[in-house]
Design a protein around this ligand. Structure first.
Ligand code: HEM
Length: 257
């Protein structure tokens, strides 16, 4: 905790200038990069329902170790716990930068209104979506840790339709894609990645790529949600029987059940 305070103040307890803020910034960038790239893989994984529900179940099985043993949901629980730890560290580090009282918040908003600079407005969006994700992202990850045996196309479809989780996922999707897109853009600007001869020009190009990517992931996410909704509605939103783990569903398909 004292390290976080030192990172926030930029001074050690003895009043010496600290290197900690720079180190924490580095850790925030690294965890952000990991989560950004992870989300790209995650969106592709979830969207495999667009191929077929059987394919989605096979992917779940594969990620749960079907190459080596009988697929085990505990594998998912362990992976999600690791991702959650990184997510939590990233969020804690991000909190250092949020305005800590109403006065600071007002000063920031006035400043943003006065200078009307794109990157300053982006920071506002990033802080707000980060706040939303702290709650929605944590809830999603905790659910995945404890309900890892309920990841199959039918279970997802049931959650989306019958438990009205589509509302939850639309909010989370918007927050994640805006936050992740801006985050990756800011990483490029901060560390000078893809910076050509003319920094101003490359920043403009980066911003365009960023919006294109955000639009792409948002569209894919919404189409994916629609596919789960269609499957859930076709199933009349009926509860799926307990213990229908993806691997069992695939097996029961084979024996024509
Ligand atoms: C290893 C960790 C994770 C696993 C196994 C996982 C799994 C899943 C699954 C199975 C779904 C389908 C919906 C459902 O089952 O209820 C889903 C959807 C979603 N997840 Fe995750 N998730 C993980 C991490 C994350 C993280 C870190 C975030 C961002 C904070 C996130 C954001 C989302 C969003 C936005 C959707 C909706 C996608 C769409 O609309 O197409 N997930 N996730």
């Amino acid at each position: 905790m004292s390290e976080l305070i030192e990172g926030f103040l930029g001074k050690s307890v003895e009043g010496k200038k600290s290197r900690l803020p720079a180190k924490l910034d580095y850790l925030q960038s690294a965890t952000g990069l990991f989560l950004g790239l992870f989300m790209w893989c995650h969106m592709i994984f979830v969207s495999t329902i667009l191929v077929s529900d059987k394919f989605f179940n096979q992917v779940v099985d594969f990620l749960e170790g079907s190459m080596f043993f009988e697929p085990k949901p505990i594998v998912t629980s362990v992976i999600v716990t690791l991702v959650f730890a990184i997510f939590f560290i990233h969020a804690l580090l991000g909190m250092r930068k949020l305005p800590i009282n109403f006065r600071q918040w007002q000063a920031y908003k006035t400043h943003m209104g006065l200078i009307k600079h794109g990157d300053t407005t982006m920071w506002y969006i990033q802080a707000t979506t980060g706040f939303i994700m702290f709650f929605f992202g944590s809830a999603h990850l905790i659910m995945m840790i404890f309900k890892a045996d309920e990841i199959s196309a039918l279970h997802v479809a049931y959650r989306v339709v019958s438990q009205n989780m589509w509302i939850f996922y639309i909010i989370l999707l918007l927050a994640v894609e805006l936050h992740g897109g801006i985050g990756l853009y800011r990483l490029c600007v901060k560390w000078g990645w893809f910076e050509g001869e003319n920094a101003k020009e490359s920043r403009k190009k980066l911003a365009k790529v960023k919006w294109a990517l955000t639009a792409f992931w948002l569209a894919l996410g919404l189409i994916t949600l629609l596919a789960y909704a269609k499957l859930g509605l076709a199933n009349d939103g009926k509860p799926v029987p307990p213990k229908t783990h993806a691997s069992l569903i695939i097996k029961s398909d084979k024996v024509g059940m």
